[in-house]
Design a protein around this ligand. Sequence first.
Ligand SMILES: [Zn+2]
Ligand SMILES: [Zn+2]
Length: 337
Amino acid sequence: MLAYRLKGKDRAAFEEVPKPRAQPGEVVIAIHANGLCRSDIHHLHGTTPGERSTMGHEGAGVVEALGEGVEGLNVGDRVVVNYVNPDGSCPMCRRGREDVCERLPLGFGTDGVFAEALAIPARNVAVLPEAVPFDEGAILGCAGATAYRATSRSDLRPGMSCMIIGLGGVGMQAVAIAKLFGASPLVAVDVRDAKLALAKRLGADLLVNAAKEDPVAVARSLGDGRGVDVAFEYIGLAKTLNQAIEATRWGGRTMMVGIPPGKIEFDAQAFNLGAKTLMATQGHTNQDLREVIDLRARGLLRTAETITHHLPFREIDKGIEILESQKGDPVRIALHH
Ligand SMILES: [Zn+2]
Ligand SMILES: [Zn+2]
């Protein structure tokens, strides 16, 4: 079968590889759609650890084969892959924190979903109802579930003010989710007007083009003038993380989801005197994934609009080029098999 594999730093290509077989407890999924994510590009350029292996972590498809002992799934079931691929047995998994499982996630050093098929433990797929297309399912498996977990853990409650910085695939989905959680006002920040316009359609009340306006000043102009209750950082830059922290009020919370390149300086004194909270979150649990799929299946969450580009699987190189150049303001790029 065909797989898109990392060949070294900055190099990836299609390669013919043996089709995986289901080991006991595993299922083989015939992949129907993938999402192309910025973290795939970070991985390609060697900024996340990884060995030569099949790339890709956002995928949805159909169960093609069942390994020994698999229950509750049938051949032909539509499913989304949970790329976090928790083992269910390490110390943190046993405490319910599958999001920080010790096992390497799929597509970042172990064989991922940019392939015609994938073998994965049956516990790490979520059933995808007929109402949700495969491409949206693939995107829910990363952007949707990551943003859903970050929002759940942020303590965002109805009526709280909220700022979301960075409207890529995850940040854009986060806007729709924050709206569902009752954020008000909901402020979306980016440097591309096309992305801000999409955020408005997904429920943002206020748009800030950070190339023209200071998001911190905007945050402090809202309500009682003391900043937002919750800020989300979905880029991973020193500047935007500082903006997020400074945009929050005393006692406010910043959720760091974008992956920073390394050390970041911030005003620790102001942070301390304001008794603020900074929390990082990565990945998600199987339960998060099931919940976010359910929200979409019931028509409560909008995901289709976050897919700005559709390409055949074999044109993945073109997708990477679009995502890197930002030509045509891509949010999420779906690959169809
Ligand atoms: Zn992703
Ligand atoms: Zn684990």
